[in-house]
Design a protein around this ligand. Sequence first.
Ligand SMILES: NC(=O)c1ccc[n+]([C@@H]2O[C@H](COP(=O)([O-])OP(=O)(O)OC[C@H]3O[C@@H](n4cnc5c(N)ncnc54)[C@H](OP(=O)(O)O)[C@@H]3O)[C@@H](O)[C@H]2O)c1
Length: 376
Amino acid sequence: MKIGLLGFGVVGKGVYDLVKERTDMQVVKVLCRRDLTLPDAEVTHNFDTILNDSTIDTVVETMGGLHPAYDYVRAAIEAGKNVITANKALVATFYDELLPLTEGKNVMLRCTAAAGGGIGWLSELERALRIQVIQQVSGIMNGTCNYILDSMTRLGLTYTDALTKAQSLGYAEADPTTDIDGIDTWHKLILSANVAFHISIEKDTIPVAGIRHIKASDIDNFKAHGLVCKLVATGKQNGDSVSAYVQPTLVPMGAPESAVPANCNRIAFTGSVSGPMSFFGQGAGRYPTAYNVVQDCADVLSGKGFYCSYGHKLPAVNQDSLCYYVSGSKDAWLQENCRETWGNAVVTKSVTVEAMHKWLSDHPGTFIAALPVSTS
Ligand SMILES: NC(=O)c1ccc[n+]([C@@H]2O[C@H](COP(=O)([O-])OP(=O)(O)OC[C@H]3O[C@@H](n4cnc5c(N)ncnc54)[C@H](OP(=O)(O)O)[C@@H]3O)[C@@H](O)[C@H]2O)c1
């Protein structure tokens, strides 16, 4: 396999290092913006030198962002090159464009590192689907949020101090918006649901609430009730419809999710034959992520394409009823639906996920978290 590597940052450099140790694949050209010299690969600032190199059969995209990453990946597929990417935003956003583009061509697309980073989650889903129907995908899919929530819970840090520490350790970006507002988890849920339920979920029907507005007083409230807060993605197949949402979720202390430490991920599926199975590990980081990119290269070499064929479009229908912890805003609707108060916060009666998120969209600055189903 002759590889054109797009990007030489955290993941790209990791891929380069791992491929260097192998005889079945070789990085021939590297695209990046800065000046760089490599002993065994040509460095270019111009994607066309990779696109027009007929010896390159596979493009590995580790640049990030939507453009020009999408334009390059699309051009590579159209030119008959395999594409492996770690870019969840790219595949989740352009799923309806990229999947049909590969079909009917002898071109492979894989993106295992895009969801779960170092956990081979999408390839596990692919294996699971060979012998069973997947009823649910769920879990903690963002290491940055888990690090912040874990530091607030176990170490008693404020939100700001936990975020600053995550940034100093390289777990959070200088602009942490994508992580803390749940967008990164949303992208991973879109990909997971598409593969698990063999659909193309209508993205805008998946509500997302992040952790930006959580306070130390919220953590104190949760502790007083034996609960721990995690940012959880949920996708469920209910007959012909699917529900999917991303939101802070309270789990009982002692439940497996409550113990997920630092920047780790824990993702699970429920299968019709296997029942629940969960996968734990590093959701990010140079070598854990590069490991799954190189696994994809090996899979492509053995003839494996995307995890599933392109599925039908489907909106999420979020009629699950849950009780919610709400802090930071009050109004007549909340008073009407109040089951009890925890300090200054309200715990609602059972309301639909759809109704809660609709209310939240009219109340910016508010923090919500779903209570465990047993207490809903
Ligand atoms: N970091 C992780 O642990 C992790 C885990 C899972 C998935 N991912 C995904 O992997 C992708 C890459 O992440 P990363 O952390 O490796 O990013 P990064 O460290 O910022 O590296 C990005 C690289 O791409 C190059 N690049 C960006 N835009 C470019 C352009 N327009 N033209 C040429 N080169 C360009 C940059 O070049 P210069 O340095 O020369 O500017 C840099 O080498 C993202 O999609 C991310 O979501 C990352």
